[in-house]
Design a protein around this ligand. Structure first.
Ligand code: FMN
Length: 400
């Protein structure tokens, strides 16, 4: 429900987040780099504090777009609830005076096993959100999966060292478009391709449907007039239910994966795997890594929490390819549990989007830092000094 306070806050946010206005006044930059802001940022104790602040600052329609899951949001709740059943089994009297969170992933060393997931609509949360998030990931030394549109920035050399291009396979319609896509990425120096496979159709995200959300606002921010009413253009088609699902072109299949692998040496990561069978198939097709993911519970509902799907995927991978996971990770302890269950690294989306909303790139890097430090602390408290020391013996699953 949009209160008058929210409407005014949203309008102010819209004005302040207008790139033109910000450019003219330098207002946004000053606001974000001021000592007051740094103090406010350092006062936030954990990522949930970032969420609260982000919610208080964002237009409620943008907040819903970020926070929502699909349909009944059962998977959204499961992504968090499932962690509570995983109990840590700490080891005592081990030497943990120095804790090393570093990992190797596909022959690259990272200081910590947390990566930045792709997220569309970042301009709803912060002007120039994609580049701003990339800057935050670069500052934090994290692997970054980009939704695109920042080629110039990536070419500048200031971007993250390790970056993957996200795609839903729109470019894989024919050999020419596929070739153009991979050649562009090779020229740009991409680390690899992240192909998200769980959104062949658009799901019903009902908070946004009730809000009469228009996808275009993901690029522009939420347009409101001085009274706080949403502004629609004649061509706007708000998201709605009751439309039979179909796509204008056949969607990618396993054959597409084989074609792609023949065309490029760039490693391919498949995001949106939830079963042992599909993990095994990915390994057989030469995929470099999989991400166990339910798209932040924004696609098919009732698929369970991703941490519940992780063990069967790890088992099916049989060490042939690294298994990453994302969905609901909010604490270092959550990450520790995933590592114990065999994940190589853990992705986050909403947490860094909260940081981005409140503080731009600085918020992104701070959220990653908080999670990393919590992970290191929990490792120290659980008696494991390195990631290599973490294995299945560190957890047990509580029976229901
Ligand atoms: C606002 C938003 C937009 C997203 N957009 C995409 C996207 O364009 N492509 C994609 O593969 N995943 C997308 N995701 C899913 C994330 O990449 C990730 O799988 C998931 O959100 C991780 O869970 P978490 O948000 O609980 O950390 C999006 C998630 C959010 C919250």
């Amino acid at each position: 429900m949009l209160t008058r306070r929210h409407a005014l806050a949203a309008f102010a946010q819209f004005l302040i987040s207008s790139p033109l206005l910000a450019e003219r006044t330098g207002l946004l930059e000053t606001a974000l780099s001021s000592p007051e802001n740094e103090k406010q940022l350092l006062d936030l104790v954990n990522v949930f504090d970032f969420a609260k602040l982000a919610q208080s600052r964002l237009d409620p329609v943008a907040w819903d777009y970020m926070a929502e899951g699909s349909q009944d949001e059962v998977s959204l709740r499961d992504n968090r609830k499932a962690f509570e059943r995983i109990i840590l089994r700490p080891k005592i009297l081990t030497d943990v005076h120095k804790i090393d969170t570093s990992i190797d992933f596909l022959e690259t060393k990272f200081d910590y096993p947390i990566f930045v997931c792709p997220a569309g609509g970042k301009n709803c949360f912060f002007p120039g959100g994609e580049e701003e998030a990339a800057r935050g990931a670069a500052a934090a030394g994290a692997m970054f999966i980009t939704n695109g549109g920042i080629d110039g920035f990536l070419e500048s050399g200031e971007g993250p060292r390790n970056w993957w291009q996200y795609t839903t396979g729109g470019e894989f319609r024919n050999e020419d478009s596929m070739l153009d896509f991979v050649e562009r990425l090779e020229d740009l120096g991409a680390t690899g391709i992240c192909f998200t496979v769980d959104n062949m159709h658009v799901s019903y995200r009902e908070r946004s449907i009730y809000n009469r959300f228009v996808r275009r606002w993901c690029e522009t921010g939420i347009p409101r007039d001085a009274e706080g009413n949403l502004i629609y253009q004649p061509q706007d088609r708000p998201w709605r239910t009751g439309v039979y699902p179909e796509r204008p072109f056949p969607n990618p299949t396993w054959e597409t994966i084989d074609q792609l692998m023949e065309m490029t040496d760039l490693p391919l990561m498949i995001k949106g795997v939830m079963t042992a069978e599909d993990t095994a198939k990915c390994a057989e097709h030469g995929v470099a890594a999989v991400v166990v993911s339910n798209h932040g519970a924004r696609q098919l509902d009732h698929v369970g929490g991703t941490i519940e799907a992780l063990p069967e995927c790890v088992e099916a991978a049989k060490g042939r390819l690294p298994v990453l996971v994302d969905g609901g990770f909010r604490r270092g302890g959550d990450i520790l549990k995933a590592l114990a269950l065999g994940a190589t690294a853990v992705g986050v989306a909403r947490p860094y989007l909260w940081g981005l909303t409140c503080f731009g790139q600085r918020g992104v890097s701070r959220v990653l830092e908080l999670l990393r430090v919590e992970l290191a602390l929990d490792m120290g408290l659980a008696g494991v000094a390195t990631i290599a020391d973490i294995d299945k013996s560190l957890v047990r699953i509580r029976r229901l």
